[in-house]
Design a protein around this ligand. Structure first.
Ligand SMILES: NC(=O)c1ccc[n+]([C@@H]2O[C@H](COP(=O)([O-])OP(=O)(O)OC[C@H]3O[C@@H](n4cnc5c(N)ncnc54)[C@H](OP(=O)(O)O)[C@@H]3O)[C@@H](O)[C@H]2O)c1
Length: 262
């Protein structure tokens, strides 16, 4: 625990990028956690840790380079997290992979299907296996999986995305049935619409600019979910008392209409 001398509770953000991942890390760090950030791109992780350090002080986050498609890398990162920071109290599996513009099944390669499904589903299975032993020993722990509209509906063009996300939803139910009585709170959060992160947020804004949607650009938060708002939902799930645990929750922006079919 050389990098967590005051034994702060540890949150592992698996799939940590500048959108939901960083926002959730910041929310938990602001309440006393230390965050382990897992992703593949070192310069993005360095920038994230630097920003967090500036805002919250040194020793509040640490990154662990990991390709979630490779089980041995997932295991190695969680072993490092355990020895450098201590046991994980909260696991957020946030990685996801999809095409912005969908492709039919016939145009989707088997390699893409396998690669995306490993990110959307397999990585969550492996990460969960890594954290469960310590959580069970402590008789407490929180596991939150980030879902999407595609977790509930298979839409045309998303064959390499939705099956993995459906599977992730099912995995959350299995974790709950197997371990809830032993103190593990597992929740599946359905993010039902676009998030104002770099990729989808950027694409959405550019589309509005092209279409002259001035009002939408001025009131972005009514149309696309804000990462900081979502982070509050993860915190809400974490804080729930044992008498009232949510297993699944869905969220969308007030005027969202692009993905959501509710
Ligand atoms: N953005 C949206 O509009 C939206 C909408 C609905 C649901 N969601 C869900 O929200 C989650 C993502 O949140 P976000 O979009 O705000 O992203 P984010 O938190 O900004 O970033 C997620 C990070 O996951 C990492 N990742 C992807 N594949 C990985 C792999 N193989 N190994 C390790 N790390 C990997 C990526 O970093 P590297 O590339 O550096 O590895 C990426 O930066 C996903 O589960 C997605 O399905 C997003």
């Amino acid at each position: 625990m050389s990098h967590n001398p005051t034994s702060k509770p540890v949150i592992a953000i698996v799939g940590a990028g500048p959108g939901i991942g960083e926002a959730v890390a910041r929310r938990f760090i602001s309440s006393g956690f230390i965050a382990a950030l897992l992703a593949r791109t070192e310069d993005k992780l360095q920038t994230m840790v630097q920003g967090i350090t500036t805002d919250f002080g040194p020793g509040t986050s640490r990154y662990f380079l990991t390709d979630l498609r490779i089980e041995s890398q997932v295991i190695a990162s969680f072993e490092r997290i355990r020895s450098e920071l201590g046991p994980v109290s909260v696991l957020v599996y946030n990685a996801g992979a999809r095409r912005v513009n969908g492709r039919s099944i016939l145009d989707t390669s088997s390699e893409e299907f396998e690669s995306f499904t490993k990110i959307n589903l397999f990585g969550a299975f492996w990460a969960t296996k890594c954290v469960l032993p310590d959580m069970l020993a402590a008789e407490k722990g929180t596991i939150i999986f980030t879902g999407a509209t595609g977790s509930l509906r298979g839409s045309a063009g998303l064959s390499s995305f939705s099956p993995g996300k459906f599977g992730l939803r099912s995995l959350a139910q299995v974790v709950t049935r197997e371990y809830q009585a032993k103190g593990i709170h597992c929740a599946h959060l359905v993010i039902d619409g676009p998030v104002d992160g770099k990729l989808i947020g950027g694409v959405t804004r550019r589309k509005w600019e092209r279409e002259g949607e001035k009002q939408k650009l001025e009131e972005v938060e009514r149309y696309i979910m804000q990462p900081a708002g979502l982070a509050g939902i993860y915190w809400f799930l974490y804080e729930q008392p044992r008498s009232t645990w949510t297993h699944e929750l869905d969220v969308r922006a007030q005027k969202e209409s692009m993905f959501s079919k509710l």
